[in-house]
Design a protein around this ligand. Structure first.
Ligand code: GLN
Length: 192
């Protein structure tokens, strides 16, 4: 199984290491041709405006949109912003695919980073120790988006829509590989 990791900026090395640990082959994606033959794609956390600008500069927006339309794609943090159809803030280049609205930097400056344990039925018990870094939240979900996890105050931080997965936190910065395995399950389903 070949899983691409968008490698323009951000935490792509950590995702690639998790993919390798799960027995799949990570492929760093920087150019449209790098998408050829991939079974799935991870868009990492980082800075969504930078990732969007670099993606536009490298002619990657359309190829990424086309790839993600047909193949399993997972966005974490900035990657979640990049997959959303709608942002609460000003416009920036995004793929605009998932039927969610996302608020960037939703936690403001005071608590710009925190960690918490999240119940995620889709991966079972125990709760997932989630690392949030200047994280976004999902402020609106439209059918057929499924909510996978929310904070205690109800704010949505993980969603799935068919072959698209988005998480506001950084599973690649922990040693819990259950979300990576969940995504690979989605990739296997799409292949069969
Ligand atoms: N705040 C960043 C953005 O708006 C996302 C942060 C992250 O990916 N850790 O793109």
């Amino acid at each position: 199984m070949k899983i691409g990791v968008l490698a323009l900026q951000g935490a792509f090395r950590e995702h690639a290491a998790m993919v390798r640990q799960q027995g799949a082959t990570p492929v760093e994606v920087r150019l449209p041709a790098h998408l050829d033959g991939l079974d799935g794609l991870i868009i990492p956390g980082g800075e969504s405006t930078t990732i969007g600008k670099l993606a536009a500069d490298y002619g990657l927006i359309e190829p990424l949109r086309d790839f993600a339309t047909h193949q399993p794609t997972w966005g974490t943090c900035a990657g979640m912003i990049f997959l959303a159809k709608e942002l609460d803030q000003h416009r920036q280049p995004i793929l605009g695919l998932m039927d969610i609205t996302v608020d960037r930097n939703a936690f403001g400056r005071q608590i710009d980073s925190f960690e918490t344990d999240l119940a995620i039925d889709a991966i079972g018990v125990p709760p997932f120790h989630a690392v949030f870094i200047r994280a976004p939240v999902v402020t609106a979900v439209r059918p057929p988006v499924e909510v996978l996890a929310a904070l205690d105050d109800g704010r949505v931080v993980a969603v799935q829509q068919g072959h698209w997965l988005a998480t506001a936190f950084h599973p690649e910065l922990t040693d819990d590989s259950r979300l990576h395995r969940h995504f690979m399950g989605m990739v296997n389903t799409a292949k069969s």
